[in-house]
Design a protein around this ligand. Sequence first.
Ligand code: ADP
Length: 258
Amino acid sequence: MTYYAGIDVGSTATKAVVVDGTGRSLGSSITPTGVSGSEAARSVFREALERAGAGRRDVRSIVATGYGRELVTFADARVTEITCHARGAYERIEDPFTLIDIGGQDTKAVSVDSSGRVERFLMNDRCAAGTGRFLEVMARILETDLVHLAAMALDAARGVKINNMCTVFAESEVVGLLARGAPREEIARGLHRGVAERVGNMAKRVGLRGAIYASGGVAQNLAIVASLSDFLGREVAVIADPQLNGAYGAALVALDGA
Ligand code: ADP
């Protein structure tokens, strides 16, 4: 049997997906990128192969993507995240759609037409606001983790408005709110709303064509998806295996090129 692999070296997490000749996903793996993107890439590739029951020699082509794609020296090609995310989502959607990818340290909005072509995209990789990193820092200040922070936000009847979305200023603002006795749930809700507004505004600038989908690790956070739907006034669906979408798309790009 012949296999194709996609490896997505993100700033926070490294992902691999192995597909067969029909594009069916057979095995995947996720690990923190840590200090060595190349080591993380080798490790997820090995594990995804094992889970797919595939041997290294049966892999016909490997495509690397993500912020650290140049580190994957054993890949046959390197392709941008925008192309790979669009390709992964297109496999499941086919109609024109807008994809909002929220990762650990960057966010992208991509508009894709009915033939899978990327029409427009925007990316924020300069600022932690509007990424998973922002929520991680805020979870620490509220002495909780990401999963509980999201659960608190979903439980809150209302949110406190957070005025500063710059991580450093937001940190002081949250400390001040806690000191004044604001409920943690309401702060959590306000923080999710703030991220959703930032990300949602970027998606609006791209054009919100067709149905709206979310991908990336942060799409697993239902409070973000709910806040984003609320802010945009439109349903936001989560793509299957959202954190693997870029690696899956990279594997499909490898297959397309074979
Ligand atoms: P990147 O490709 O930029 O490295 P990912 O798309 O892999 O990022 O997303 C990683 C981020 O997803 C983490 O930083 C974390 O904030 C977030 N994340 C992962 N799993 C969850 C979860 N179950 N709930 C909320 N956030 C999550």
